[in-house]
Design a binder for this molecule. Sequence first.
Ligand code: RFL
Ligand code: PHB
Length: 389
Amino acid sequence: MRTQVAIIGAGPAGLLLGQLLHRKGIDAIIVEQRSPDYVLSRIRAGVLEQGAVGLLEEAGVGARMHKEGLIHDGTELTFDGRRHRIDFKRLVGQTVMVYGQTEVTRDLMDARTACGAKTIYNAENVTLVDYASDTPKVTYQQDGVTHEITCDFIAGCDGFHGVSRKSVPNSAISLFERVYPFGWLGILSDTPPVSDELIYANHQRGFALCSMRSLTRSRYYIQCGMDTQIEDWSDDRFWDELRLRLPPETAEQLVTGPSIEKSIAPLRSFVAEPMRFGNLFLAGDAAHIVPPTGAKGLNLAAGDVHYLSTAFEEFYTGKSRAGIDGYSQKALTRVWLAERFSWWMTSILHNFPDNGDFGQRIQEAELDYLFSSNAAMTSLAENYVGLPY
Ligand code: RFL
Ligand code: PHB
């Protein structure tokens, strides 16, 4: 098989790249190790920046998002029983879109099927060959048969645990990492959200987040220890703990019900530099991870894909390599800004076991400043709605 761009991974990064390239007349094949149902069963992000919304429109998949997605003008932070609203619209004139990653993925998969573009699911032993040369290849196995794709470029969109980044020798890559001493226990339920907007709660028992997927489906998270066993968390125990971490009047309004998904996510900050190795380009979680507190992971993946699809377009239409040569630096500049914001949101909202009394007071001062300063609120709002591409 031959294609212009071989994309590894059919997560949001790979699928969005595939669709943007298709619209630009560039041929791409996606190779994914899992089945479509498996990919759709992963419950992850919920908040889209304006930039990501624009890219989904550009990819031709904006219709259902605009019909079913919820536009949020702001968010709430709670601390010490106090509720404080950050009004994005007033502060920076922008909003965010609440529309689940599962739905984004489904829309992109459907568009890909409709345009007849090739996605190979259930591909085993995906291997990157000669990615530094002018004739890169991707091989994979299916039903015991080995297949080979020759291409001009490989886009490694295969997430944190994927094969692309791991194909690069250690000497060619620098890794930056911070692992946080806690995780998030999340629950999805067909219950109406407790509030119209998301609530990020700092509480001495630990952080909590009230989010949603629609007006009838809620997503809640609580900070949990690294040793948390999901079997120990019945739905009732989860709801009781969540209530304790919310201001009493919010807790009273919480509508509970059976969970339809429950999972634990570790929290990590991670960046791999550079993001290009010859004709291999990393995008999305393959190159960087943020803790979910700033809702930046999927949005960063979309930003990378914007830079990368533009670079490929420039190469194929104008025969200029400038976008390709500048990709890594351009993407990394934006990545580090989102890393900073996600690290900061995590640090002001969670209970850190090693913080000590000084760390605790600093966290309180951060929140006092945020709740009282227009400049501090504007900074949060500007980063939350997404920095420009
Ligand atoms: P993905 O989604 O991990 O997709 C990678 C795909 O590659 C496949 N793959 C392989 N394919 C072929 N060969 C191999 N060897 C392969 N290895 C892996 C995988 O099966 C998969 O299909 O990466 P991508 O596309 O870069 O997308 C990144 C986002 O998924 C991620 O950043 C977000 O989900 C992060 N995130 C959030 N981001 C936001 O922007 N807003 C949010 O509100 C938000 N909330 C979250 C989140 C992530 C969470 N978890 C579980 C980590 C909330 C949570 C709880
Ligand atoms: C979610 O709805 O899953 C979600 C929302 C906001 C975040 C993280 C996760 O910061």
